[in-house]
Design a protein around this ligand. Structure first.
Ligand code: NAD
Length: 507
């Protein structure tokens, strides 16, 4: 496959790098099989502990130099990375689609998000502003400023195999940090490809070796990062189970963590909704990326007056879905990431049925020509109750639960009545309902939308969620501040030493 060659991928790839240098390891080989056709794409060797320590030591060394580069000069490197990503958009987008299983358009979209965050970070490199404050003492000046933190450890999930790394890294780099990435073991080739792309830019700009570390590994490598006192910030994206383990390890050493964990996102469909928009938003949100987005719509909370209409429109829309090879743009739904995910999908359907769920669109695994990988499943819909254990749980698959409500207050209570708090939406043309949903008595999620579905976020906004989603914010707005340490400075240019709060200390 040509796109693999243009990304410098071979059948056997090293998985440990400090930028331009790649290292031998004694670690095992991880094979990457495509969920699209079940074929082996290539293998990547994981880091052993000695490799890991080498990457961290190199990162510490690099930080001492990188932090002295003016932020706009670091921004210029990030600008060139954005240019390189524009050049590699096609092969990298294809790889994302082939290795992860999302549609080709979404694969390109993910690379576009990387380009967008580069552009955002370049501008930000000239705006890392603190504030000037008035001192209570005469001839004193006070201000606060932001300094780089050091090493940022990035643990990422399979479903956004390249974008999540770039959201963290591009901001980290312009802030003066150095980054060490532990990608998902389910999408290792995407990570190796990214490292190749940036290493070309780094070489041209004499960026110190160690600014971009890669440690391929499974859970153990993530645990090394979380426990490592040399790493002031861990940014971890993945399941709530993983986030709880990482949070405990990082907190035990009083490090900082930025957690982006599971979601259980709902759309409220009011009786005053534009139903065409509502159905389209629900459909894309529920089946896009085969239900494997953290922002996937998992619950529809529908007003009783429009419940039957919404239900029949959805059944008809689901009947038209084309499931198959995601690289073929005619298909709407691709495969799940692997057979374990298929098992979890099947178990969730059984659990829902056992709790009384009524499937109005049945699920199941597809077999036969084109489905040889065993990872293609049918998106399904169940009528359910908000308090079913399975409805409270994030199943990373295209299962949509329909829930009925009578009053807007009840709808908001249902929306908030889950452990997760990532994304939420209301479909309504009623201003009062919309504003209530966005008010302090409304949605408790990090993202709350009106007349837009739950999935898909612009990089300009801060992204993240509350409760078991972890509380982290990354990407746009002032999310950059987590990648820096804050310092308050007071300068005395008088000939006296007046003490704060008027305290006298006469000798
Ligand atoms: P996962 O939790 O299985 O793995 C994520 C990463 O964590 C992998 O790199 C894995 O090796 C590592 N890991 C696992 N256990 C660890 C531990 N104990 N210590 C350190 N590292 C560990 O998640 P996944 O299946 O790859 O991704 C799906 C999940 O990610 C879903 O729950 C989804 O909602 C979530 N997600 C959230 C966001 C967000 O922004 N909120 C974005 C993408 C994905």
């Amino acid at each position: 496959m040509e796109f693999l060659q243009s990304l410098k991928l071979t059948s056997k790839n090293k998985g440990v790098s400090t930028g331009n240098t790649w290292f031998e390891s004694t670690g095992k080989w991880v094979d990457s099989y495509s969920p699209v056709d079940g074929k082996l794409i290539g293998s990547v060797q994981v880091a052993d502990r000695a490799n890991y320590d080498l990457v961290i030591a190199k990162a510490e060394e690099a930080f001492k130099v990188w932090r002295t580069w003016p932020a706009p000069k670091r921004g210029e490197v990030v600008r060139q990375i954005g240019e390189a990503l524009r050049q590699y958009k096609e092969p990298l987008g294809k790889l994302v689609s082939y290795e992860m299983g999302k549609s080709l358009q979404e694969g390109y979209g993910e690379v576009q998000e990387m380009i967008d965050i580069c552009d955002f970070a370049v501008g930000l490199s000239r705006q890392l502003n603190g504030s000037t404050l008035h001192s209570e003492r005469p001839q004193h000046r006070m201000y606060d400023q932001y300094h780089p933190l050091g090493i940022v450890g990035i643990i990422s999930a399979f479903n956004f195999p390249v974008a999540v790394w770039s959201w963290n890294t591009m901001l980290g780099w312009i802030c003066g940090d150095v980054c060490v990435w532990k990608p998902s073991e389910k999408t290792p080739l995407c990570a190796v490809a990214c490292q190749h792309i940036i290493s070309e830019v780094f070489a041209k700009n004499n960026v110190p070796e160690g600014v971009s570390g890669l440690v391929m590994g499974e859970r153990e490598a993530g645990e090394w990062l979380a426990a490592d006192t040399r790493i002031p910030l861990i940014s971890a994206t993945g399941s709530t189970r993983m986030g709880k383990a990482v949070a405990a390890a990082v907190a035990a050493r009083l490090g900082k963590s930025l957690l982006e964990l599971g979601g259980n996102n709902a759309i409220i469909i009011s009786k005053e909704a534009d139903l065409d928009i509502a159905i389209l938003g629900a459909l894309f949100g529920a089946v896009g990326t085969a239900g494997q987005r953290c922002t996937t719509t998992r619950r529809l909370i529908i007003h009783e007056d429009v419940y039957d209409t919404v239900k029949s429109k959805l059944v008809s829309a689901y009947g038209q879905l084309k499931i198959g090879d995601p690289l073929d743009q005619k298909n709407h739904v691709g495969p799940l990431i692997d057979k374990d995910a298929v098992q979890q999908y099947l178990q969730s359907i059984e659990k829902c049925k056992a709790e009384g769920g009524n499937f109005i669109v049945e699920g199941g695994v597809l077999t036969g020509a084109g489905y040889e990988s065993g990872c293609y499943v049918k998106p399904c819909i169940a009528e359910a109750k908000p308090d079913y254990a399975i409805v409270q749980h994030e199943t990373f698959a295209p299962i949509l639960y329909l829930l009925k409500y009578t009053t807007i207050e009840e709808a908001i209570e249902i929306q908030n009545g889950v452990p997760q708090g990532l994304s939420s939406s209301i479909m309504t043309l009623n201003l009062r309902e919309a504003e209530l949903f966005l008010s302090a008595s409304g949605s408790d999620c990090g993202i709350a939308n009106v007349n837009i579905g739950t999935s898909g976020a612009e990089i300009g906004g801060a992204f993240g969620g509350e409760k078991e989603t972890g509380g982290g914010r990354e990407s746009g707005s002032d999310a950059w501040k987590i990648y820096m340490r804050r310092q308050t400075n007071t300068i005395n240019y008088s000939t006296n030493l007046p003490l704060a709060q008027g305290i006298k200390f006469d000798l």
